[in-house]
Each structure stands twice: as C-alpha cells, then as structure tokens.
Design a protein around this ligand. Structure first.
Ligand code: ANZ
Ligand code: ZN
Length: 883
C-alpha cells in the first residue's frame, strides 16, 4: 500500500480492474432477483455539469449497493442525441449536427468514465442512431394504422422573415430568436398521438407507483380531470345559429349566470366579427397576446359584447353573450356560462364591465361565514343552492345529479368528463430529429412507409443556413414513390418531438443489440425500471409521455409492463452563492475560482474579494448554478484537482439526494481530507504485525469473542450499530448523507478506542483482540463506503487482506449479539443546554442515573450553588436538569 493517497493512481488501478474483469457487464439471470437502476440519460451538450454528476452519483450508489445485496443489477447509459441545440450550434459554428453530436458524446463519455460509474457500456446507444429510431418509426406506422397517431391542423409559431416554424424556446419576447421578427401564429397540419384516450389510466395508476407526492400532484394537475356537464343555450332571435354549448363543472350555479363568454377563436365570435368592427378589433388584439394558461391567468380580464342573447334552458332568462380573453378555445367547448357570484374570474370580469352579480349558493347551515358576493366571489362547493326554482335547498351532489338528469332527459345537455391534457403533438418542423415515416400520395393519400423500407434515414448533407424547413428543401429526400400505387409521392418532412426518443430508451437498454425487433424477451426480464433518478424538471412531460408510450409498447405485445418506473427519485438542484460587482449600472459576476471568501463561524460567507486585485465584491443569494450567474463549478476541474472519489463523496454526503445541495469549496476540501485520513488509518493498521481476524474468510472464528474486554466490546457494538444504521439509510431511506456521516463517526470511534487501549496498557493477547476489532470496523467502513467512493475502497479492501475485489463483496451484515450493550451513553443537559455525556449501566434505575448526572464534574460547574428544581430522565436518551 502506498504511503500517500494519490487519487489518480488509485482511480486508474480500480478502473483498470473493472475494465479487465468486465465487472459491469450484465445478463439476464432468472435465478437472481434483478434490479434495474436508471439515471435519466443526458443530452450530449459536450460538457458534464454538476447536476449530471449529482444525478449519476446517486444512481451509481444505489446500483452498487443493490449489487452488494446480491441483486442482478442493470445500470446503462446512453445519449438523448436529437434536438435543437445541435441545430443551433450547426448554424453558429458551421458544423453539421451529426458531427457536433458525435464529438460531444465522445467528450462526455470520457468525463463519465473518469468518474467511475458502474455502467454496462455494451448497451450504449445514441437516439440519433438509425438503428434506434428505426423502431420508433416502426411503431409509429402501427399507431398510424390504429388511428392512435393522426394528423390535424394545429397552431405553430411562424417566423415570417425566416419562413420557418419556431419552437417555443426560440420565441423570445414574441420575436424569432434569429430574425428578430414578430412571430405570428399559423395553422398547419401536424401529427398527434392520442394520449387523451389514456388519461384515466395515467391518472389512476399514479396511486400504485412509488413516486414523490409533488410529482404525482403535478401529473394529476396536468391531466386535469374535471367532471361536469355540457349545456346548450339557445341563441335568442337567431333561429339560424346553433345553440351555444358550454362546459361547466358547476351546473348547480346556473341560476346565477349573468353573462356568457366565448373564446376569441370561437366560431360565434368569428362570425359576429365579420359584421362588427369592434368585435373584430378585439379578436385581433387577443391573437397578439399569449395563449398559454399562465399568461391568461395573469392578464387583465377583458372582453367585448357580441350583442347576442342566450337563453337559460332552466328558466328562459335572456343572458348577454360576450367574447372574452380569459376563455380558452382549447378547453371544454371554448364557451362558458359565467357566474360572477361564485367564480373569481367571472367576478373580476363582471366588476370591470358592470355586469350583475347574483348569489345562488349560500354557506351550509351552521356556518358563520359572512358572504358578500358583490365584493368577492364565494367559491365554496359545500353550500346550499338558493333562489334556483325547484332546485333550491339542494346540496352540490344532489343538485348536480338532478340537473344532469333533467338536461339529458330534455336533450339540452350531457354529462361530460374533460381533461386539461391534450393529445401529444409530435411533429416538429425541424431538421435534427427522427423523420416521420409517412409519404403523401396524390391518389392514395397518407401512406405508411413499409417495414422493409425502414429506417427512413435522416440525410446528413443539409443546408441549415437559410430559412424554411431544411428537409422540405431537400429534393432527394422529399421526392419518392408511393409504396401502394408506385406513383410519385412526397415524404413527410416533419421530424418527431425528441420526447419520442426519451419515451422508450429505458426499454431499449434491456436489449440494445436486438436487430430484428424493437424489443425482445429480455425486456420482460428487466422492466420495469426499479429505480429511476432524474431532475424534477421532467416531472410532467417526459414522465407522462414515457408512461403513455409504455402502454403503447405493451399493447403492441412488446412488453408485459404498463408502468415503466416503479420508483422515482428526483434529485435536488445544485446551487451556489453568487459574487458580483456593480459598475456603471452593469453587473459582472465572478466565478468562485476568481474570488477569495471569508467565512463566519457557521461557514457563511461574510466578505469576498477578487483574487487578482482584491476588489471588494457583493455576495448575492444562492442560486442554481448557471452560466449567466457565473456561479458554476466544472466537474472536470474538480476531478482533476481532487479525484473522482472526493467529488462523489462530496455530492453524496452534503445533503439528502432530494434536497438542494449548496456548493462549498471548503467542504470539498474536507471530503478530500477524509479520504486521506481513511487511507492513513488503514495503512497504519495493516502495517502492524500479525493479523488476527474475528472471522476468517471461510467463516471460521478467529478469536474468542468471549475474551473481549469492555472497550473492545464497545467498538464492536459501535461497528454493528453503524452497519444497521447505514443499511437503513442507504437501502431504504436514501439518506446517503447521514450514512456517510455515520461512517466518518465510526472512523473516529476507532481512534477513541485506540486511545483508551493506550491508557489501559496491553499484553500480547489483548493486542490481537485490538487488531481484530479494528479490522472489523475498518472492513465495515470500506464496504459501506464502497458504493460512494468505489476506487479508494477497491485498493483499501485489498490492503485489508482480501483476495476478492470489493466490487464483488457482499454488503456487511449486523451481528445482533454485538449490539447488546452493558453500558449506554446519556447526554446531560442543564436548562436545555448540552453540558456532559455520562456512561451508565444499560439497566440503571432513575436514582442511579440522577446521581451520576448531578455528580459529573462538568455538570457540577453549571449547577453548583444553584437550586436544582427538577431532574428529568428520558430513559436511554437524555437527562435534563432544571436549575
Ligand atoms: C360555471 C361556473 C360556476 C364555473 C362557478 C366555475 C365556477 P376546470 O375545473 O378547470 O375544469 N371553463 C370552462 N371552459 C373554459 C374555457 N374554455 N376557458 C376558460 N374557462 C373555462 O374548470 C371548469 C370551469 O372553468 C367551468 O365551470 C367554467 O366555469 C370554466 F361557480 O362554469 B364554470
Ligand atoms: Zn399512391
């Protein structure tokens, strides 16, 4: 064993061992329990950022732990390689997207390998490999035949200067990112997948998966199931006009309807606009505003009277119809009955335009709530219907039922369940993506590309410089023949949303080399993913689409599984302080490496100066690491400076995985110090003469456990208590931070034990015991930290005398008999402040404990001369003395 710990040497040694022994290659083995651990695969930007490192370190620790528990573990890695950044980079740097992407993959793979993650690299693929996306096209043609994939007109962001469709993220303040032109909305035909048919299952199955509640709630809200009714309102004096159909979740409030409102795109508004300039102008204005729900929630509620009257089917009342900017065309029927007394948006609108507000629900009997609907809407559902003809006096449920029944019997409406979820638009008018495998033929219409012609390969010689859709400009790509009639046809020039690729990559990892099928029977061995780890930013779209796609895969007979991810862990963000200088109204941010910081006793930064010229800097709040705030750290630099194990230990021990991690350079140095110390302790131990083990590798006892003295028994007890705690922290609670802390404590405990032994002196026999219990403690530490810091543990394990590599070692087990304690430590507080630790017999009675506590020298300093009012003993834990 080297005298000094040199991370580069150690890490190379361990990685070479793993490579030579193909340690992470895995195969299906029905005789063993499988564990599929997956971290979300990265977009190959070229540079690993610290968020990736955290994500992948968590996944690696879980994988390695499960392996030590005997599971057959699959941990794969690949590349989410299609997408816009490659295209943008191609335009700015004049490199083809394919080349740029391949180069980035190479760079990032090197960075990942350097960190020593236990991936089975045999399964690696990039989603831009034709071998991968071919199967996406294959399934799409089936979905097309089944009508699950369909084409309809839908709105896009149109850049009139570049003559191109823009992705939402390419629209900046309403203008095209490149041309700066005001973006228009256009309707063009696009492809959709019928995810709405699966809305109920997507909702219900959330109850059966082990995901964070926050993510489940986001998914529930995104699906947005609402139970309500559709109701037809006839339009007065206009026999040619169809009745106005609204969707409401509150039919019980219909007697309180004082106006109707339709969306700006609603056919009725469009029709009136033809002969009414004011309405036309208002609609124009709405089209210029945003259409996202968030935007609509925040804008002023505005509208324009259409001059028409609707007739309330329940009481014949004539109600004005308005067009309003807060009604969405894409939800329900695009029209509402507005009840300002009981709906906040309607209330705001009514106040603005002086429309009447009429209360029809009152709080339940016995409630002392004071309701004044003129000043604010009362939105409670648990009230009683009032002033509503024969329905007065009913509660919500009864009234809903009665009205729904009446509507259906009289053909004036239907019960209806609506979802906020829309069908998934999968078309992109971009280049760097998977081509849609459809051709358009004059005589046959839309025709799927037959299996034997798949994949439709994305051409790589494209011109991205001008405007327009690059594929549409490529005649060799577009012109083709119809697979049915053989006549001339045009290829579809859309590519898929990149969420398509990330919706099934986890399944493909199970059988990445399957050449004749999308998936084979190996997928049934590995799926579902037992532990999925990734960022909360994917809580909605990616995770929803992947769940949906898995159902399609299941229905295509490719997998038995319908829910892809049994358990989900969303890791917290990595944040850091920001340092800046404000000069002439401009803010310049300094990178942590450019700054010298002074800390207070609690580790908080109190002052900061530039390293170069000592200029005083302002300290900003902690923020997510980002380029714009210049507060990021480069993992590659960190690894070069400290080694992979230090970086891994730091990100795992600093905070629980689902919480924010605040970066601290000094704490990274602390992690490095711990590794050096661990190295030294093991080295000192192994350099001593003789080697008496508690148990030999074959399980035979080494020394007589009955001969252990009190101090040795105490260390053994601490060792096994630590194993119990860490097993629970790592295996069940995912509290890797407290697990690491417990291992550090156990290392301290060894030092304490040695100091005690020194004091009591020792003969030959007790020296053997001493070495044996220390050996046991060190082995436990090395085994328990092996998932976190696998390289150093690889070397230390060998140094501790093992022939087997630690990667193949089993997780340590608790010896319950070691934990039975004769003595326990109790904390003693005086007036709530910790003043001492006392050691008493485990079965000591109250008076004995009280006496021990009040006679402790340290405690005496705080109670002497004072009046002891009470001594509270919490057995097994604490003694509190009140003076
Ligand atoms: C009358 C009413 C009275 C309503 C009341 C609410 C409270 P969720 O739960 O999200 O489904 N609404 C319906 N379609 C709309 C659209 N296209 N744009 C904007 N708002 C729309 O909400 C359903 C309620 O949202 C519906 O019930 C309707 O207002 C409104 F005291 O109808 B309600
Ligand atoms: Zn044809």
């Amino acid at each position: 064993m080297d005298e000094r710990y040199t991370p580069e040497r150690v890490e190379e040694q361990a990685q070479t061992y793993w490579d030579e022994h193909r340690s992470f290659d895995v195969r299906e083995d029905p005789s063993r329990e499988k564990f599929y651990c997956l971290s979300m695969f990265p977009y190959p930007s070229g540079k690993l950022h610290i968020g990736h490192v955290r994500n992948y370190a968590i996944g690696d620790v879980i994988s390695r732990y499960q392996r030590m528990r005997g599971r057959n573990v699959l941990q794969p890695m690949g590349w989410d390689a299609f997408g816009l950044p490659a295209e943008n980079a191609a335009i700015t740097n004049q490199v083809p997207p394919a080349l740029w992407t391949r180069k980035n993959i190479e760079d990032m793979k090197r960075q990942l390998r350097r960190l020593g993650f236990a991936y089975d690299w045999n399964r690696e693929f990039a989603t831009c490999d034709p071998d991968y996306y071919r199967w996406e096209q294959w399934l799409f043609t089936r979905l097309f035949e089944q009508g699950i994939a369909y084409r309809r007109e839908s709105e896009v962001n149109w850049d009139p200067v570049d003559e191109t469709v823009l992705a939402n993220e390419q629209v900046i303040d309403g203008r095209g990112w490149r041309s700066g032109a005001l973006v228009e909305r256009r309707r063009i035909p696009q492809w959709f997948l019928r995810i709405t048919d699966y809305a109920d299952e997507l909702l219900d199955e959330l109850d059966n998966i082990d995901w964070p509640d926050a993510v489940k709630t986001m998914q529930r809200n995104w699906i947005g199931r609402s139970v309500g009714t559709e109701i037809d309102f006839d339009i007065a004096d206009e026999p040619d006009l169809d009745p106005l159909r609204v969707f409401t979740t509150r039919p019980d409030t219909i007697y309180g309807t004082t106006f109707m409102a339709v969306a700006a795109d609603h056919p009725l508004a469009v029709k009136v606009a033809k002969s009414d300039d004011k309405v036309a102008a208002f609609i124009d204005e709405c089209r210029r505003g945003g259409t996202s729900e968030a935007e609509i929630e925040t804008v002023d509620k505005r509208g324009c009277d259409l001059g028409l009257r609707a007739i309330n089917p329940f009481n014949g009342e004539r109600i004005p119809i308005w067009v309003a900017n807060f009604v969405l065309m894409g939800y329900g029927t695009g029209a509402i009955m507005a009840v300002p007394a009981h709906d906040e948006r309607d209330h705001e609108f009514a106040r603005r335009y002086g429309l009447p507000i009429r209360q029809v629900i009152s709080p339940p009997k016995g409630s002392d709530e004071i309701v004044d609907v003129q000043s604010a809407a009362w939105t409670g559902k648990e009230g009683i219907v009032i002033d509503s003809g024969g329905y007065s006096g009913l509660g919500f449920d009864e009234c809903f039922e009665a009205m729904a029944k009446w509507l259906e019997e009289n053909d004036r409406g239907v019960r209806r369940v609506n979802y906020r979820l829309h069908d998934w638009g999968v078309s992109r008018q971009r280049y760097w993506g998977c081509p849609v495998p459809i051709v358009h033929c004059e005589s046959c219409g839309m025709v799927k590309v037959p299996d034997e012609q798949l994949p439709v390969v994305l051409p790589d010689d494209v011109d991205l410089s001008g405007g327009g859709s690059p594929l549409a400009k490529l005649k060799e790509f577009v012109d083709t023949t119809c697979p049915i009639c053989g006549g001339p046809a045009r290829r579809d020039t859309d590519t898929f949303d990149t969420f398509m690729e990330s919706s099934w990559y986890f399944a493909r990892f199970c059988c990445a080399d399957a050449h004749s099928a999308k998936l084979d029977e190996r997928a049934d061995y590995w799926l579902p993913v037992d532990q999925y780890i990734g960022g909360i930013e994917h809580a909605i779209l990616h995770l929803m689409y992947a769940r949906f796609y898995q159902k399609l895969i299941n229905e295509a007979g490719l997998s038995r599984v319908r829910e892809p991810f049994s358990s989900l862990l969303t890791q917290g963000m990595v944040v850091a302080e920001t340092f800046y200088l404000e000069e002439e109204g401009k803010i310049r941010y300094y990178a942590p490496a450019e700054v010298d910081v002074e800390h207070d006793a609690r580790g908080r930064s109190v002052s900061a100066r530039t390293r170069s010229d000592g200029k005083a800097l302002s300290i900003g709040p902690v923020e997510k690491m980002s380029k714009s705030k210049n507060n990021g750290v480069d993992p590659e630099d960190m690894v070069a400076r400290y080694g992979a194990d230090t970086v891994r230990l730091y990100v795992m021990e600093t905070s629980p995985p689902d919480q924010m991690l605040e970066w601290s350079g000094s704490a990274v140095a602390g992690a490095a110090r711990f590794l050096r110390r661990l190295w030294q302790v093991v080295r000192t131990h192994t350099e001593q003469e003789g080697s008496t083990l508690l148990r030999f590798e074959d399980g035979a006892p080494g020394i007589d456990l009955g001969s252990l003295d009190e101090n040795a028994r105490f260390l053994r007890c601490r060792t096994h208590e630590t194993i119990a705690k860490v097993s629970d922290d790592v295996g069940r609670r995912y509290k890797f931070n407290t697990a690491c802390a417990a291992c550090r404590e156990l290392l301290n405990e060894i030092a304490t034990y040695e100091a005690r032994c020194e004091r009591t002196g020792s003969d030959e026999g007790s020296r053997d015991i001493r070495r044996a219990v220390i050996q046991e403690a060190l082995e436990a530490i090395v085994l328990m930290l092996a998932p976190v810091i696998p390289h150093i543990c690889h070397v230390l394990w060998q140094a501790l005398g093992h022939r087997e590599a630690v990667i193949d070692a089993a997780w340590p087990t608790v010896d319950e008999s070691a934990i039975v304690r004769d003595e326990i430590d109790l904390a003693v507080q005086v007036n709530g402040k910790l003043r001492a630790q006392i050691r008493v017999a485990a079965d000591a009675d109250r008076p004995t404990i009280e006496a021990a506590a009040t006679h402790n020298a340290n405690v005496l300093r705080f109670i002497e001369g004072k009046d002891v009012k009470r001594v509270i003993v919490v057995p097994g834990k604490i003694v509190n003395i009140v003076v």
